[in-house]
Ligand binder design. Structure first.
Ligand code: MG
Length: 167
């Protein structure tokens, strides 16, 4: 299993998860895209729940410390911080550690807005940040069917999985 050139050592999967509370006022930043909804995600940074889950997925796949360890939320320099910049830095660390992306898949649980009209814009933005082709980025939107915190529009949840290959 520890042989250097086996397929099993050449690929790794990483899983990321995040959730942020939704409150009225301002605009949502999702996948590095500003969505004017009169509501915003609450958080220490810019609260981009999608980019945070992706950041943890790629870091985890490369066996690196997670987003909270690299960008602690009690540090003043991380207040209101651009999550696209954090993901760019994380992906640079991943590449430095000898890994690159095979593909990424994300599920966004959000009552509104519906993702379908903005999906291609989000995919383009995420692939730009990661410096990969858009076909490597999968994105699906789900509502909470009006039930629970997601369904009541109080919470956004994202699951992300990243497959990495050794470079
Ligand atoms: Mg977060």
């Amino acid at each position: 299993m520890d042989g250097k050139n086996t397929l099993l050592n050449a690929i790794r999967v990483g899983m990321g998860y995040d959730s942020h509370r939704i409150e009225t006022g301002g605009s949502m930043i999702l996948g590095g895209v500003v969505i004017e909804q009169g509501r915003h995600f609450v958080g220490h940074s810019d609260a981009d729940v999608l980019l945070h889950a992706i950041t943890d997925a790629v870091l985890s796949g490369a066996g690196l410390p997670d987003i909270g360890q690299i960008f602690p939320n009690d540090r003043p320099e991380n207040r209101g911080r651009d999550s696209a910049e954090m993901l760019r830095l994380a992906m640079a660390n991943v590449r430095q550690a000898g890994w690159d992306l095979v593909n990424l898949d994300c599920v966004v649980l959000l009552e509104s807005p519906k993702l379908s009209p903005i999906k291609s814009e989000l995919v383009r933005r995420i692939s730009d940040i990661l410096e990969v082709g858009p076909t490597l980025v999968g994105l699906k939107g789900k509502t909470g069917e009006g039930v629970g915190e997601v369904g009541r529009g109080e919470l956004a949840v994202v699951h992300a999985v990243a497959l990495l290959h050794r470079t």
